[in-house]
Every structure is written in structure tokens, then in C-alpha cells.
Design a protein. Structure first.
Length: 302
């Protein structure tokens, strides 16, 4: 568990009013009144214990137990989850493709209605050293990538992953080109871009751009860095929903730095649609393993 004195003091500095844990669930549910995605294995993937809440549920602390959430969940720790957490239904429509844009070839994978007619689209961007196969791995990260695939497939949506070779302007342009292409295939679809670790740079770049931000309906940051340029980019006026997930034992990106950035956004624009989930004792990869996709996506899509 978190060291109580430092965390309590930090949270009090973040916001002085703490609500009861039950109100967290109420606050999160209120943002998803029009549920876009039907339940799928909610009992297995829901947060087992919410210990603190701030900003009327926009900032929550979730208990992470290495024994319960990793060792008891994985048949082989961090490599293969137990079979009851997965369904291979998305494999039936899974495939690979190439998109030529910006003078480059963009390699990506998709499942669900990724060839057209999708009601909603989720695109996952890997971090440094990753590739498009990470987000299509059914059995790693506690089966959480398999869950988001199933949520999209079973609700008439599409799920895509893409290879990123550059996390700057060219990588951002490639992701934007993929989004534009998908919007041509599925004109009415809402698009959420999820970014793991360093891939978060691309998510921030998309939401900061007045042109690219019009293409998306939310970004999901999983153990990603903050972007100080966001505050001066004009993005606050565009209200693209942002989710940030962070582990308290993340040695790559300090959680207090990310939480303070959340506070900065709330101070500048109190009504800005941003939510932060802090995983108590979680490490760098914990947000990918533990984030409740249905909860977050229903908030953004609904």
C-alpha cells in the first residue's frame, strides 16, 4: 500500500475535499450514462478497491495487489493470463495491412469492423521498443488487451494497433493519416487513441493540434509523460477528453509529477474533461494491465 502520510498529504494538497470511496463509483458512472459498450467480463476486470477520490471522482486511487492482480491472475507471471480472462473471438476478424501516407508505409493491424462500418474506433500506440503486436497480444498484461478487443468487436467497433518508428512530428502525422483513413471507412465513428508509455507523446501531439484534435474523441495515457506545452497550445478550449493512468512505483515517469500536471489542468479549466487513476503500488506497466477499458471508453464515447 501507499505510504499513508506522504500520500495523504499530497492528496490534500491536490484538493482538500476527499469523498467516500463509494462516491468514486457514482462519479465515474455519471459520466457514462449513455453506455456505448455493453458489459464484458466486468467482474474480472473492474477495480476491486478504490481507496481515495478527488475532484468529484475525476481523480481516484485504486488499490493494486501484486498477489491478487498479477500472481493469482497470470498462469505465467507477466506472460500468460489464465484462460478465463480471455476470449479469442477477435481473432476471427484480425488482420494486417499497410497504408501509404506521408511518403512512408504505415504497418498496422486491426480487428472488428476495421475495414468499415465501425460505430467506434480505438487505436493503440505502443511505447519505445514496442510494435503493433503488443496491443494485439491476448495473454500478456493480464488479458487487458484482449478485453478491449472484445469490447470493440462485440459492440460493432474496431480496434487497431500501429507500428511507430518516430515519436515526433512524423510519427504523429502517420497516426493522423491512419485515423483519417479509418474515418473514411467509418464516417460516423468516434475515435479514441490510447498510448502506452512514451507513445503518450503522440497522444499529446494529437490533442494539441487544432487540425488533428478534430479527428479524435479522447486520448488514453497509460504510464505516459506529461506535456507542459499542452497548457499553452489552445487545447484546453477544445475539450478533448483525457484519461491518465499511473502507478505509484513507476520508475520511468514519476506519479507526483503527472498528478500535479492534472492539477494544473484543473486549475486552468475546472470543467475540462480529464480523469486520473492512480494505481497504489503499481509500476510502469500497471496502467496497461489494470485500466478498466469499459469504464474509460464509456465515459469518452458516451
Amino acid at each position: 500500500m501507499l505510504r499513508r502520510s506522504p500520500i495523504v498529504q499530497f492528496l490534500r494538497n491536490l484538493q482538500t475535499t476527499l469523498l467516500a470511496g463509494l462516491l468514486v463509483l457514482v462519479g465515474f458512472a455519471a459520466g457514462a450514462q449513455a453506455e456505448a459498450l455493453k458489459p464484458y467480463k466486468d467482474r474480472l476486470f473492474r477495480y476491486k478497491k478504490v481507496t481515495e477520490t478527488l475532484y468529484d471522482g475525476d481523480f481516484i486511487v485504486v488499490e493494486y495487489s501484486k498477489q491478487r492482480d498479477l500472481r493469482d491472475r497470470d498462469e505465467v507471471d507477466e506472460r500468460r493470463v489464465f484462460g478465463n480472462y480471455v476470449s479469442y473471438k477477435p481473432k476471427r476478424g484480425r488482420g494486417s495491412a499497410e497504408l501509404k501516407a506521408n511518403g512512408r508505409v504505415i504497418n498496422y493491424m486491426g480487428t472488428g469492423k476495421w475495414k468499415g462500418g465501425a460505430k467506434a474506433i480505438v487505436i493503440y500506440i505502443h511505447g519505445q521498443g514496442g510494435n503493433r503486436f503488443q496491443g494485439m497480444n491476448d495473454v500478456s498484461f493480464g488479458g487487458n488487451f484482449n478485453r478491449v478487443q472484445n469490447l470493440m468487436v462485440r459492440n460493432g467497433g474496431a480496434y487497431l494497433t500501429v507500428d511507430i518508428k518516430n515519436f515526433g512530428k512524423s510519427g504523429t502525422a502517420d497516426v493522423a493519416a491512419l485515423i483519417q483513413y479509418q474515418k473514411q471507412l467509418s464516417p460516423g465513428a468516434k475515435v479514441v487513441v490510447a498510448c502506452g508509455s512514451m507513445g503518450g507523446i503522440i497522444c499529446w501531439n494529437l490533442v494539441k493540434s487544432s487540425s488533428y484534435s478534430r479527428l479524435i474523441n479522447g486520448i488514453v495515457l497509460l504510464g505516459s509523460p506529461k506535456d507542459p506545452n499542452f497548457l499553452g497550445s489552445g487545447a484546453l478550449s477544445r475539450n478533448v477528453p483525457i484519461y491518465m493512468g499511473q502507478g505509484t512505483l513507476d520508475r520511468v515517469y514519476n506519479w507526483e509529477t503527472q498528478a500535479n500536471f492534472f492539477k494544473q489542468i484543473k486549475q486552468r479549466a475546472p470543467r475540462y474533461p480529464i480523469r486520473f487513476t492512480l494505481f497504489d503500488t503499481g509500476t510502469h506497466g500497471t496502467p496497461i494491465r489494470m485500466t478498466d477499458w469499459r469504464l474509460v471508453l464509456n465515459w469518452m464515447l458516451g
